[in-house]
Design a protein around this ligand. Structure first.
Ligand SMILES: *Cc1c(COP(=O)(O)O)cnc(C)c1O
Length: 395
């Protein structure tokens, strides 16, 4: 059976060049970067080279990069680290209703522990309003956190405009860029971003490695204490194979960014249009065009359950998602779709395809060949759909 992987927002396969770059750091190059001997120095050189590769992809200086165990830890370090360091200035924090749980739950914890939190709403396409943000700013606001691109619906936020506002008011600005890295250009200077989260396994690097960019001058309290690695922000012997792989993945992503984004966008539009043309009662979730990630398709297929769709797709070898990998498995509808104003029953029928390097136009056709039949078969069992059909034939 053909297998088609279209869940790249959950994770990606590791690129062969990345594996190759990592392998020596499991075998002959096993030194600890903190050691003074030649083994250690060799490891240290690799560590700093990778730091440079990550920094280059986002327009940062290498010394502004702290390696972490992934996007989740980088989000936590940014939020808890900055909140703790700036309590003298204030205790007011701002984020959005559609953030990844690594951001939302960190803020909710702080809210229970003496901080005040404003959660900005989004419009029907999943984008915040700059006017609402401006209204929410206070003299005691210390941190704004807004993701670059949403992992479920692909909506892209006006990061440079938010950054300019934050800078003008002297408020630190954190951006979760896990989904946009390698797909959209990122320039922390031009975008006035002070803290930025990235992760390896969403860009064809290994799992368990990520980084936080922190602009020079931003204070962050440590979240892990010990040997003082990573400028004392994140103690613990560095995950060198992971770091080297992440560096390589960043280098590759940078080299292919523009061409790959264009290719993915074509596939995305082929898939979106194909679904609209072939299946009735479908709603596109998220923006269309330039305000959407080039690899994201998210639709609500009415009168079917997202979970049933996923299982049926899986039986013909197609891997998709009903939202984010973290919330699937629970029956709660996506907090992102609810924040966009979708009613529960429509949020439940949502389906996300996230495209990646190995996907082709033929694979998109394979999905378009199978999905309409699956939907039709599931809808036959839906009493709601039956009623709708009778109504439309009666007209
Ligand atoms: C995947 C993801 C994360 C978490 O990254 P991990 O490296 O898996 O911990 C954070 N934010 C967003 C937007 C993500 O998509």
């Amino acid at each position: 059976m053909q297998r088609v992987y279209m869940d790249h927002s959950a994770t990606t396969p590791v690129a062969s060049e990345v594996i190759e770059a990592m392998l020596p750091y499991f075998s002959e190059k096993y030194g600890n970067p903190s050691s003074v001997h030649s083994f250690g120095r060799e490891a240290k050189v690799a560590l700093e080279e990778a730091r440079g590769q990550v920094a280059a992809l986002i327009g940062a200086n290498p010394e502004e990069i702290t390696f972490t165990s992934g996007g989740t830890e980088a989000d936590n370090l940014a939020i808890f680290g900055a909140a703790a360091a700036y309590t003298k200035k204030g205790r007011h924090l701002i984020t959005t209703a559609i953030e990844h749980h690594a951001v939302l739950e960190s803020f909710e914890y702080l809210e229970k522990n003496g901080y005040e939190l404003t959660i900005l709403p989004v419009d029907a396409e999943g984008i915040i309003s700059l006017a609402e943000l401006e209204k929410a700013l206070r003299p005691d606001t210390i941190l704004i956190s807004v993701m670059h691109a949403n992992n479920e619906v692909g909506s892209i936020q006006p990061i440079a405009e938010i950054g300019a506002l934050a800078k003008e008011r002297g408020i630190w600005f954190h951006v979760d860029a896990v989904q946009s890295l390698g797909k959209l250009p990122i320039a922390v200077q031009e975008m006035h971003v002070d803290l930025l989260t990235v992760s390896g396994h969403k860009i064809y690097g290994p799992k368990g490695i990520g980084a936080l960019y922190a602009r020079k001058g931003v204070r962050l309290d440590a979240r892990a204490f010990g040997g003082g690695q990573e400028k004392k922000r994140r103690s613990g012997t560095e995950n060198l194979p992971g770091i080297v792989g992440f560096g390589k993945a960043c280098e590759l992503a940078g080299a292919h960014l523009a061409a790959e984004a264009q290719r993915l966008q074509k596939l995305r539009d082929q898939l979106l249009q194909g679904i609209i043309d072939r299946i009735p009662y479908v709603k596109i979730n998220g923006p269309v065009g330039d305000q959407r990630l080039p690899n994201n398709v998210n639709v609500s297929i009415q009168y079917v359950e997202g979970e049933s769709l996923l299982l049926s797709l899986d039986m013909v070898g197609i891997a998709a998602s009903s939202g984010s990998a973290c919330t699937s498995g629970s029956l709660d509808p996506s907090h992102v779709l609810l924040a966009m104003g979708l009613p529960h029953e429509i949020a439940h029928g949502s389906l996300r395809f996230s495209l990646g390097t190995q996907n082709s136009a033929e694979e998109v056709d394979y999905v378009l060949d199978h999905l309409p039949q699956i939907v039709e078969r599931l809808r036959v069992m839906s009493p709601l759909y039956d009623a709708v059909k009778q109504q439309s034939t009666a007209k």
